[in-house]
Design a protein around this ligand. Structure first.
Ligand code: SF4
Length: 218
């Protein structure tokens, strides 16, 4: 937030008080504080994580944005940077970590893999984007995205936060937030929200196999 925004809340400030008193709205000052103290989770999945590590080092210096405090615990983190290839084996852990983060919480899909599967999209063990499971706020293209691209994504997230209203945000509404059901890794990755569909398709396939078996025996 620049000085002009801070000092233009829509109220007339008497000339003698200008440059001595700042008037702003609760929403603006709250969003300004939140946007400039995002603590990322110390968490990486593959090659993109190396670029994330470089972004936190001295050359690019995340500290300028109040984001240098990478936390090793979801309980103390504000932003989950999904940096790398999302395998089916890792999805339950990522969803569990997301559920354990306190609100307000944000997610950045860093790189082609986290955004849509990337070069491994057709792989048997890779999901085509983490947004199939948790809500994503900012997507960063690239394979891998450069540290500058990650910084740009973080600035985009800051802009998004500054536009948010306390009245609409889901975490300030009445009632507890519902956790996202943790997917189950069996023969394949199963999303609990799709259990009814999986059961129906499996049953239909079993009936079809049985009918074909009966025909073959006749
Ligand atoms: S997007 Fe490219 S650099 Fe990033 S994890 Fe996937 S393959 Fe690696």
């Amino acid at each position: 937030m620049n000085e002009n925004e801070m000092t233009s809340p829509g109220y007339e400030i008497p000339p003698e008080l200008r440059h001595q008193v700042t008037i702003t709205t609760l929403e603006r000052i709250y969003n300004w504080g939140r946007a400039n103290s995002l603590w990322p989770m110390m968490f990486g999945l593959a090659c993109c994580a190396i670029e994330m590590i470089a972004t936190a080092a001295s050359r690019y210096d995340l500290a300028r944005f109040g984001m240098e405090v990478m936390r090793p615990s979801p309980r103390q983190s504000d932003v989950l940077i999904v940096s790398g290839t999302v395998t089916k084996k890792m999805v339950p852990q990522i969803v569990r970590l997301y559920n354990q983060m306190a609100e307000p919480r944000y997610v950045i899909a860093m790189g082609a893999c986290a955004s849509g599967g990337g070069p491994f999209k057709e792989g048997y063990n890779v999901v085509s984007g983490i947004d199939k499971f948790i809500p994503v706020d900012v997507y960063i293209p690239g394979c891998p995205p450069t540290p500058q691209a990650l910084l740009n994504g973080l600035i985009a997230l800051q802009k998004k936060i500054k536009r948010q209203s306390l009245r609409d945000l889901p975490w300030y509404q009445k009632g507890p937030a519902e956790p996202i059901p943790v997917p189950v890794l069996g023969p394949d990755l199963m999303d609990p929200r799709k259990f009814a569909l999986i059961r129906e398709v499996t049953h239909r396939q079993a009936v079809q196999d049985q009918q074909e078996g009966e025909v073959a025996h006749e």
